[in-house]
Design a protein around this ligand. Structure first.
Ligand code: TMP
Length: 213
């Protein structure tokens, strides 16, 4: 059984995940918790190499099935090499995106359906988040936030694709209401920070029975 606690952050591109992830990490460290921050795709030498292939705008000919399996491969490596050992050591792991990204982007965005869950269940071997913070942002707003900076292969997908990803996240939040907490990304940075902090602390206390600070 894991002694640690596993938090993932999800949302469409431009939802403001990075800011909130760093704020939560700092807060938990101030509370004396051991925190490990990682990201997907990436977080290990092998997974970062796979990330390079996945996000390279020159790989426009990539098949959706190839994309699905590369994301899952990067995830399998990250779980085995980083996440699972850290959880077993009692660390709080915060991951910027996880399996729900594949469900939203590949199952809904690419219309790959049920296969996405099956492949990913195989990849994560039961290692599932204790809580997932879903930062909800309308795709049009997310796009504006990304602005004019250079876009990677997924960001530069069509408006329809990003709309399907958004609908995917909304569906996932309905399917897994115990695990996925929806936080409206339209609030101020401080409001969102407070909401996330309260949700995460409540759940940490619930699983640790008050043993953790
Ligand atoms: P990032 O920009 O948040 O680092 O994520 C990289 C991109 O990859 C982002 O557009 C979302 C996409 N993605 C998927 O399509 N499927 C996945 O499983 C993951 C983790 C990310």
């Amino acid at each position: 059984m894991n002694k640690g606690f596993f938090v993932t952050f999800e949302g469409g591109d431009g939802a403001g995940k990075s800011t909130q992830i760093h704020l939560l990490k700092e807060y938990l460290q101030e509370q004396g918790c051991d925190v490990l921050l990682t990201r997907e795709p990436g977080g290990t030498q092998i997974s970062e190499k796979i990330r390079g292939i996945l996000l390279d705008p020159q790989n426009g000919e990539m098949e959706p099935q190839t994309e699905l399996m590369l994301y899952a491969a990067a995830r399998a490596q990250l779980v085995a090499e980083v996440i699972q050992p850290a959880l077993q050591a009692g660390t709080i792991v915060i991951c910027d995106r996880f399996l729900d990204s594949s469900l939203a982007y590949q199952a809904y965005g690419r219309n790959l359906g049920e296969a996405v869950l099956q492949v990913n269940q195989y990849a994560v071997r039961g290692c599932m988040p204790d809580v997932t913070i879903y930062l909800r942002v309308a795709p049009e707003t997310g796009r504006q936030r990304i602005g004019t900076r250079e876009q990677d292969r997924i960001e530069s997908e069509s408006e329809q694709f990003h709309r399907r990803v958004y609908e995917g996240y909304e569906a996932l939040a309905r399917i897994y209401p115990e695990r996925i907490v929806t936080v409206d990304a339209a609030g101020t940075i401080e409001e969102i920070e407070q909401t996330i902090r309260a949700e995460v602390m409540n759940r940490i206390h619930a699983v640790s029975g008050g043993n953790r600070k």
